[in-house]
Design a binder for this molecule. Structure first.
Ligand SMILES: Nc1nc2c(ncn2[C@@H]2O[C@H](COP(=O)(O)OP(=O)(O)OP(=O)(O)O)[C@@H](O)[C@H]2O)c(=O)[nH]1
Ligand SMILES: [Mg+2]
Length: 636
């Protein structure tokens, strides 16, 4: 599309051209949505390839929606969104800024579980949906089967489904034309325009903030969809919800890089440079309106619900303020991410961060490391647990932190018995617990039928309870499952992918809380608990988990000068142990010949030195070890 509309010159075209983050390109996935504006000459009367008909129409460009037979130059505002379920908050926000959506289905894969989630969101927003099968050039493409799946899914006419190949370009021009035909022209919500009229309303504005980013020089840059009126450079504006006043230093559109223009009017998508450098002012879902003539805000967006948590501490307590600033900036480019101050005693002051899934967590921690250059300690990720305490003394609850009561435990007297635990190192000792509750998820799996057997085994290993199974299109099944969120986070997604040769897919939503049979597993290095490595595990799997974690840590820890014990402790005892031998450094190496007693003396000295190191105990754990311990994907 970008090539056909000459939005990007052919020589600048490359794979994933809209994925601008290094991480997106390295991993081959879209993480952030990316808007782009395209202009397209459409002359249905002229058969062939309209973009090559040359000569722009003299009438003003339209924003889509053409009556049968009409033509002209059209402005198309596209937003590319990620496909992975962890980033579905990006999709949900983009859907509120558009009139229709292209439901792109990989014809080598077929309908995936996350397709259903996305589709449901688009339908909820009342959007026009255009079903499109992609990769039709591939020898693995199964066009007719997948068509059948889509017909069943959308209850549509098979002829409505378009076929494209991004690789060869086949069908793409047709798709552009169908977008113009099928997707209605945007209509202002407050100030209806006559057909074809260009919005002029100056002094009136309502624009929805669907995303933003931060620039060191220009402050917050908001990405908006103008719904009413017009915004011009120099206008004095207001964030309707946060109440902040600012001046539009620049307005522009995405091509896909930011390109300044005079004004943006109703129906258009673009950006506004605000110059605001304070954190916490701009938020997605806020409405921008004229300061002098404020209009009521749009309903805004739902806050995303974090499902997994990890805490981040600066290795050096002096870096706390810097870390706080960095997290603030990160939040400006990822509104799904949330954080809160936390104090943990031995780890000092840090932040508890909430993520929408393991991939989201992995991406954010990687970005923290790359973009902010801070030395950090990152704790083992965890879900939240509701712990009902036995009637006992609160002071005993948190054994290896200096703070006696976790922030979550500072509850009123009458609620004292129940605590919500976000951080595994705050998870109470077994003896103090009456009951534990954990969230379960309602999971949907879609897979080719031949993998069902293996998937059932996998579900069994992950405590899944199997519900309804449906046949879905030809040879594919959809299975409804309930499973503890804890088990879903235990690498279930990757395991499902490998069990099903990449064809299985999942989507899920958080369901009810249920009783859990779990305990805290601590890892000890040189007889000291390292709180960042504590985790909550199923009691039944405690030994297996301890063994896995201890051997992984043993592999990751750099060799020390002295030998080192690594242990896993749970259920009140050491359940796994390993020792790492120390590095041997021959201190006498530089001595040629000479007196043997001198060598012995030196070795004696070395021994004493090592003993001292051992006594000092604290082993320096490099940041990479925390990151690698956290990841399930490079489990060895
Ligand atoms: N054969 C073939 N391969 C394609 C086609 N389109 C994309 N691919 C390949 O499929 C892979 C994924 O392509 P992307 O465009 O990144 O897919 P995406 O849907 O944007 O992925 P996410 O943004 O992560 O959801 C890449 O390896 C592409 O080269 C196509 O039309 N034909
Ligand atoms: Mg993509």
């Amino acid at each position: 599309m970008l090539e056909i509309t000459h939005t990007i010159e052919t020589r600048k075209m490359r794979d994933q051209v809209l994925d601008s983050m290094d991480l997106e390109r390295e991993r081959g996935i879209t993480i952030k949505m990316q808007p782009v504006r395209m202009k397209y000459n459409y002359h249905p009367a002229l058969k062939g390839t309209p973009s090559q008909q040359g000569g722009e129409d003299s009438s003003p460009p339209k924003l889509g929606g053409v009556p049968e037979g009409g033509g002209g130059t059209f402005i198309l505002n596209l937003i590319d969104t990620p496909g992975h379920i962890d980033f579905s908050y990006e999709v949900s926000r983009a859907l509120k800024a558009v009139e229709g959506s292209i439901l792109l289905i990989d014809s080598t894969q077929g309908v995936q579980a996350q397709t259903l989630t996305t589709l449901a969101m688009a339908r909820e927003g009342g959007l026009k949906i255009i079903p499109v099968l992609s990769k039709i050039d591939s020898p693995l493409s199964r066009v007719s089967d997948v068509k059948e799946e889509v017909v069943k899914l959308l209850n549509c006419d098979p002829d409505e489904i378009l076929l494209v190949s991004g690789r060869t370009g086949e069908g793409v021009e047709n798709l552009l034309q169908e977008v113009i035909k099928r997707i209605p022209e945007p209509t202002p919500t407050l100030l209806p325009l006559a057909k074809g009229e260009v919005p002029k309303a100056e002094g009136v504005l309502r624009a929805l903030v669907f995303d933003f980013k931060y620039s060191n020089h220009r402050g917050v840059i908001v990405f908006v969809r103008v719904l009413d009126g017009r915004v011009t450079k120099g206008d004095t504006l207001l964030f309707a919800v946060s109440g902040e006043k600012f001046t539009a230093l620049e307005v522009g559109t995405f091509s896909p890089e930011e390109t300044p223009c005079e004004y943006l009017s109703a129906g258009e998508t673009g950006y506004i440079v605000t110059g605001i450098k304070k954190p916490g002012i701009a938020s997605v879902g806020d409405t921008i309106t004229m300061f002098k003539n404020p209009l009521p805000a749009f309903p805004g967006y739902m806050q995303p619900m974090p499902v997994v948590w990890a805490s981040v501490f600066p290795e050096d307590a002096d870096d706390f303020a810097e870390l706080k600033l960095s997290l603030g900036k990160l939040k400006l480019s990822d509104s799904a991410f949330s954080y809160e101050e936390e104090s943990s005693g031995s780890l000092g002051k840090g932040f508890r961060c909430g993520f929408l899934g393991m991939l989201h967590l992995e991406i954010i921690t990687e970005r923290l490391k790359r973009e902010f250059n801070l030395k950090l300690v990152i704790t083992t990720p965890s879900i939240t647990y509701e712990v009902i305490l036995k009637n006992s003394n609160q002071e005993k609850i948190y054994p290896h932190t200096n703070s006696l009561v976790a922030p979550e435990a500072r509850l009123k007297n009458d609620q004292r018995k129940s605590v919500r635990v976000y951080s595994p190192y705050f998870f109470p000792d077994d003896g103090l617990i009456e009951d534990v509750f954990e969230p379960w998820v309602d999971l949907k799996i879609i897979t080719p039928v031949e993998y069902i057997g293996n998937i059932m085994q996998l579900l069994f290993d992950h405590e899944g309870e199997i519900g309804e199974t449906d046949n879905f299109g030809d040879n594919r099944s959809s299975v409804s499952v309930t499973m503890p969120l804890r088990e879903l986070m235990r690498n279930f997604f990757d395991e499902l992918k490998s069990t099903s040769s990449g064809y299985g897919s999942i989507s899920y939503k958080i369901g009810e809380m249920r009783k859990a049979n779990v305990t805290r597993l601590d890892l000890l290095v040189a007889d000291e608990v390292v709180p960042a490595f504590s985790r909550v595990v199923s009691k039944k799997r405690a030994e297996e988990e301890a063994e896995e974690a201890v051997s992984k840590l043993a592999e990751l820890l750099p060799r020390q000068m002295f030998s080192l014990k690594i242990q896993g402790k749970a259920l009140g005892r050491i359940i796994s142990s390993r020792s790492l031998s120390g590095m041997k450094k021959d201190v006498t190496q530089h001595m040629y010949g000479g007196d043997i007693t001198r060598k012995m003396k030196l070795r004696e000295k070395q021994k004493k030195g090592k003993k001292k190191m051992k006594e000092r105990g604290r082993v320096n754990i490099p940041q990479d070890v925390f990151l690698k311990m956290m990841r399930t994907s490079d489990k060895k």
